[in-house]
Design a binder for this molecule. Structure first.
Ligand code: FAD
Length: 291
């Protein structure tokens, strides 16, 4: 398919981007890596009158540590996130997750923030943003608006940006140095979108689990943070009976879709299997065991 005609501009400042987006009155689209937008334009699933390229805006291509938060700028590519020293040290679970994202060519162009804006519920970066108490930094002619991840992801491919706002960065909670983590994803082929994925971080304090976080993707309309599952694990020794309880509860509360890739029942079963593997790995890491 060929795209419908559109104008293209590549501003060099965030204010120029904001002005162009505001002037487009809902008919403009930001392009970052183009890995999701261009297929949608070519299939005419979206028909913007103007495409606004943010790749020439200076200063958005950085990963920075500010206190206990890591900021990932809007033009940071997946490859950079996967290889960055700050991510490796402060967000090893994100480092691991990035290796499940697509293939080298997509990772060379696609951006962390573009994926977050795209809000596909079966993708790693929205999940990391939701699960690590992320904040989406939106910008418009009205200024900066910080949107907690819990409010940003509204539905499948739907976010809570206003039509004149775009993302300039995403802030994530850095992990505590003694936190263990587990990330388990299942896709039919490496790099495909996940059928289900379970991620967790936790600490071991005097032999019991503390500061437990649990996130999932591929099993709902948005990336999920599962506080109920966190409460089951918090304060326990993460023993096998605890893991059985987690798997049983996941089977009760998750409402995944059936599609051509897998049934809802299969995804529910898979979720329990992945949860157990991820929690065992996180607990081992929290106890400084070699995996
Ligand atoms: P673009 O394609 O440029 O934009 C996507 C959407 O977000 C558009 O609507 C655009 O307007 C909007 N947008 C982009 N940036 C901003 C911004 N700063 N502010 C506001 N709106 C913005 N992803 C995964 O996570 N896991 C995978 O396994 C995976 N597999 C893939 C396999 C293939 C073959 C392909 C083609 C893609 C795959 N992807 C996967 C998606 C890939 O990660 C995309 O790069 C990502 O979803 C979108 O990032 P982008 O920078 O390319 O965004």
């Amino acid at each position: 398919m060929k795209p419908a005609p559109f104008d293209y501009i590549a501003p060099t400042t965030i204010d120029e981007v904001a002005a162009a987006l505001g002037a487009a009155e809902g008919d403009g689209k930001i392009i970052a890596g183009g890995q999701s937008l261009m297929p949608m334009i070519n299939f005419r699933l979206v028909k913007p009158t103007i495409v606004i390229d943010i790749n020439r805006v200076a200063g958005l291509d950085r990963i920075e540590l500010h206190g206990d938060r890591v900021r990932i700028g809007a033009t940071v590519r997946h490859h950079m996130t996967a290889t960055d020293a700050i991510i490796r040290q402060h967000l090893p679970i994100v480092h691991e997750a990035m290796h499940h994202v697509a293939h080298m060519t997509v990772r060379n162009r696609g951006t962390f923030c573009g994926s977050v804006a795209h809000a596909d519920p079966a993708t790693e970066m929205p999940m990391m943003t939701r699960f690590l108490d992320g904040t989406v930094i939106a910008y418009s002619q009205r200024g900066v608006r910080e949107i907690p991840a819990a409010e940003f992801f509204v539905g499948s491919l739907v976010n809570s940006l206003e039509q004149d706002e775009f993302v300039i960065g995403v802030d994530l909670d850095a992990m505590k140095p003694d936190a263990g983590w587990g990330f388990e994803e299942f896709a039919k082929r490496h790099g495909d979108f996940a059928l289900a994925c379970f991620a967790t971080t936790l600490r071991c304090v005097d032999g019991i689990a503390s500061d437990v976080r649990v996130g999932m993707m591929g099993v709902g309309e948005t990336p999920l943070r599962l506080e109920e599952i966190e409460d089951i694990i918090e304060g326990t020794d993460v023993s096998e009976p605890v893991l059985d309880t987690v798997a049983d509860r996941l089977a009760q509360i998750l409402m995944p879709n059936t599609d051509i890739h897998a049934s809802a029942d299969y995804r529910r079963h898979l979720s329990g299997v992945l949860a157990k593997r991820a929690l065992r790995a996180a607990w081992s890491r929290a106890n400084h065991e070699r995996l």
